[in-house]
Design a protein around this ligand. Structure first.
Ligand SMILES: Cc1cc2nc3c(=O)[nH]c(=O)nc-3n(C[C@H](O)[C@H](O)[C@H](O)COP(=O)(O)OP(=O)(O)OC[C@H]3O[C@@H](n4cnc5c(N)ncnc54)[C@H](O)[C@@H]3O)c2cc1C
Length: 601
């Protein structure tokens, strides 16, 4: 087994991983920093796929308080409010950094200010973007900087297990597989950042990149960490339906299309969203996805089982200009988005749940930090479009700063638990010792099960059925072998490992969904359709002990604002008071849209 030593090991090269690498290096240039990634750095993960943009309160009339309130209300009061506050306040400095230090070009208004567009579920147009290819702009600029700064890279290396120190007190490193050779690699590190970006690819229709299979969450579960909000899987309403023969099916057509005034139309030729929500197509993702699912169940479905998205009433030329990337993507699949209609279906997009963490990105395991979509608690029951990339870049940057301080203070010689490494290697090699089987039916069974029973509309009957079926899928996987004669780029082997992780995390989603006997945000129980009492809101937690889940419910701490209150009231009051003071000749603060609102207890 190859062994590598580093000071800081970062798993993943999305917005979280790359920002962490740059900030860690800036904070402690003498430390050895290694980014390990399942694909090629700069070419994989979901940050690169960000289309719509980045939420940040910059414009006149907007405020971090307003962004915060949208985030909390969108999250149905389940968010960790301190994490959400960190998100909205630090997003302001992060977008400046992206522009002024990293060189991103975002779209601008004629007066030179940043152009910010409407995204569903928000009370202000605050989404910064570069056309509909915002993620490519961000990741290209980040990757260039990482390449230029002598940060070590382990590309096409997949992380498989966290390894504790022999004395058990802290993390010692990560076991990885070099996918190019099939060789196991142990990377010893003083500290590790988990930034593998979740990704609900266990659903029949899904948007995330193919390299994502919830590896980090599964590793965290196997390491005994607690995950929260795992029932909260966000479906994006407009996944492209391009047929079963192409992986383009499920890819997302961005939210800005609905924000700009796009229509959703059933097979009967009628718009239907007004029947479900007064905001119609501009309602939040959960409401639109659920409404579409209901239409599909009621038989109002297009030939391939979706609904139509139409933009032509906005003027085909204008649509072509504003949504160039989307129009081209649809054209590649034979559809005319600007002038015709495109079949769409809700598609699994984002996991609000993840590893429990503090605002400094630390976890309960010393030496292990987490950021981005692997981390839970920022978004509560629903992530606002545009808050995902803000989340990964904000917390990735924070993690880098913290790691730069943590490692020098806590550095010591850590020896890994060799027995744990051996057990992990044996687990990964399990399928290689059995006759090769077909993984396709197992994947299809998982896709269908999760879409039907643990998807957009849930009930206890379906969830209990899924609980049993997932055990059976796991057992089927355990019986299925993989041809192990050549381990170089052995994609069947990696597929097997992906499915093992996806099945484990699917079980976590199902258990959490069973626990939550109410309906909030992305989680809708037909047998418990009410949201429950907001004042006594609880979030669901689970961890793995000896192969079984230990579950608990914890009360949400409303550290800044309580249900029924708003930080905007404070802002408005402060502004009014400042205004009154100025009129009385007392001078004083400007009030209004600042990041300085005192926390409400
Ligand atoms: C199509 C699409 C459009 C989106 N549009 C928007 C938008 O407009 N606005 C918005 O705010 N959010 C959007 N999002 C969500 C946004 O992309 C994510 O919230 C965010 O980018 C996640 O960042 P991350 O760094 O946590 O993960 P990612 O960017 O996904 O990076 C994860 C990294 O981990 C690596 N990895 C995975 N497993 C392993 C392993 N076992 N070992 C080593 N490396 C591993 C991956 O290869 C990848 O490099 C979109 C998502 C998708 C899929």
């Amino acid at each position: 087994m190859r062994r590598i030593d580093t000071d800081i090991l970062i798993l993943g090269s999305g917005g979280a991983g790359l920002f962490a690498a740059l900030h860690a290096q800036a904070g402690a240039p003498g430390l050895r920093i290694t980014v390990a990634v399942k694909g090629l750095l700069g070419k994989c993960g979901c940050t690169r796929m960000v289309q719509g943009g980045y939420n940040v309160a910059l414009a006149q009339g907007d405020s971090v308080e307003r962004h915060f309130m949208d985030t909390i209300e969108g999250g149905k009061w389940l968010s960790n409010q301190d994490l959400a506050w960190t998100l909205v306040t630090r997003a302001v400095e992060r977008i400046r950094e992206l522009e002024n230090e990293l060189g991103c070009f975002f779209d601008r208004n004629p007066d030179g200010t940043l152009k910010q567009k409407a995204f569903a579920g928000q009370t202000f147009d605050r989404t910064v973007h570069k056309g509909d290819q915002t993620g490519i702009e961000i990741i290209n600029r980040l990757a260039e900087q990482v390449w230029a700064r002598g940060i070590a890279r382990l590309e096409e290396h997949r992380a498989v297990e966290f390894v504790m120190a022999r004395d058990g007190g802290r993390l010692a490193g990560v076991l990885m597989i070099d996918m190019r050779s099939g060789e196991f690699v142990f990377v010893r590190a003083q500290a590790v950042l988990l930034a593998t970006g979740g990704g609900p690819t266990m659903y029949k229709y899904h948007t995330p990149s193919g390299d994502k299979s919830c590896d980090g969450m599964a590793m965290a579960l196997r390491a005994g960490l607690t995950l929260r909000d795992m029932e909260m899987v966000q479906f994006h309403p407009t996944g492209l339906l391009a047929g079963t023969h192409t992986r383009m099916t499920g890819t997302v057509l961005e939210e800005g299309l609905r924000g700009a005034g796009g229509y959703l139309i059933g097979a009967d030729g009628e718009r239907f969203m007004q029947r479900y929500d007064e905001r119609a197509e501009r309602a939040t993702r959960d409401i639109v996805s659920r409404s579409m699912f209901r239409e599909l169940r009621a038989g109002n479905a297009t030939p391939n089982g979706g609904v139509w998205l139409r933009m032509d009433h906005l003027g085909p030329d204008s649509v072509r200009q504003r949504f160039k990337g989307m129009v081209e993507r649809c054209a590649d699949c034979g559809f005319d988005l600007a002038g015709g209609q495109v079949e769409v279906v809700p598609t699994a997009h984002y996991m609000m749940g993840g590893v429990m963490f503090e605002a400094d990105c630390s976890t309960t395991v010393p030496g292990l930090f987490v950021a981005g979509e692997d981390a839970g608690g920022v978004h509560g029951a629903n992530r606002l479009g545009g808050n995902g990339v803000a989340n990964s870049t904000v917390f990735g940057g924070i993690a880098g700063e913290v790691l730069a301080q943590w490692v020098p203070r806590n550095a010591r010689s850590v020896e890994p638990d060799e027995a744990q490494i051996e057990r992990a290697v044996a687990r990964c090699k399990e399928p290689l010792g059995r006759p090769a089987g077909d993984l396709e039916p197992i994947r299809e069974a998982l896709y269908e099960l999760m879409w039907r029973d643990v998807g957009i509309i849930r009930d206890s009957e379906g969830l209990l059925r899924a609980r049993d079926a997932l055990v059976e899928i796991g057992a089927q996987l355990d019986r299925t072998g993989v041809d192990g004669r050549d381990l170089r780029f052995n994609l069947s082997w990696h597929d097997w490992l992906n499915l093992q992780n996806l099945t484990l995390v699917s079980r976590a989603i199902t258990e959490s969904a069973l626990m939550r006997e109410n309906s909030r945000g992305a989680h809708f129980r037909e047998d418990f359709p009410e949201p429950g009492d907001l004042d006594t809101s609880e979030y669901m937690c689970l961890s793995l002990r000896d192969g079984a889940f230990e579950t608990s419910r914890r009360r949400v701490q409303f550290t800044r604002v309580k249900p029924g209150q708003s930080l905007l009231d404070n802002t408005a009051n402060a502004a009014a008071a400042a205004d009154a003071g100025t009129r009385a000749g007392a001078g004083g603060g400007a009030g209004g849209a600042t990041a300085s609102a005192a926390p409400m207890k």
